[in-house]
Design a protein around this ligand. Structure first.
Ligand code: FMN
Length: 199
């Protein structure tokens, strides 16, 4: 049974990767988490923090994320390193999580602020919640998703095929399910079904 009132006061590290088309939805959810009383600290990969795309300039996106959360953005490896030692977060959310970051996490590569945040947070054996958004989720990235699902302390936000005809290997998390996924992860539970029908 989901009780999202438990989220009030929760310290969430919100790590954003370069799936720029999902920023709008993710930022909306982070705003909702703040409204629920969570303390949300944003973290961005180098690419998410510095790239201008048709989904907004880096400056626009960064300003908005900082405003929504009321916190400065962690965007350097050196700033992400203390996350574990200082026990900064109860849960670390990676949303959106790109195919690139999935691959790095599965292989233990730590060369971005997001990967550093995950590694540092995991030393405390606290949950990491992943919300995938990648066109190769059902092809090249599938093995990495499988690897991470077998790792302790990793939980996945339920996801669906967002365009099975046009992009047959693509999947995207249902970002509205982030609160429930976090709440279950705090109890060591993966919410189900993790694979959803198309919306
Ligand atoms: C406009 C745009 C949209 C992108 N969307 C996605 C996406 O939805 N999923 C994904 O895995 N990569 C996407 N990428 C590619 C990533 O940004 C790229 O792989 C980058 O290296 C990711 O770095 P990060 O994982 O450190 O954030 C996109 C790139 C651009 C320019």
């Amino acid at each position: 049974m989901t009780d999202i009132t438990r989220l009030s006061g929760l310290r969430i590290g919100a790590a954003v990767c370069g799936s720029f088309c999902t920023f709008e939805k993710v930022f909306r959810m982070l705003s909702e988490l703040s409204d629920l009383g969570c303390e949300v600290t944003p973290i961005m990969s180098y690419n998410a923090y510095s790239t201008d795309t048709r989904f907004g300039t880096a400056e626009e996106n960064n300003t908005r994320l900082a405003e929504i959360t009321g916190h400065g953005i962690i965007h350097e490896i050196v700033a992400a390193e203390p996350i574990g030692p200082k026990k900064m977060f109860d849960v670390l959310l990676v949303a959106p999580c790109t195919g690139n970051t999935l691959a790095k996490l599965a292989l233990g590569i730590v060369d971005t602020p997001v990967c550093m945040a995950v590694k540092s947070h995991l030393r405390n054996q606290r949950p990491v919640v992943i919300a995938v958004s990648t066109n190769d989720a059902l092809s090249g990235a599938a093995k990495n998703i499988g690897t991470l699902r077998n790792y302790k302390n990793f939980y996945f936000v339920p996801a669906y095929q967002d365009d099975s005809i046009g992009k047959p290997f693509s999947m995207i998390a249902d970002f509205t399910k982030i609160p429930q996924t976090i709440e279950a992860a705090l109890d060591g539970r993966q919410i189900q079904p993790v694979l959803m029908p198309p919306m």
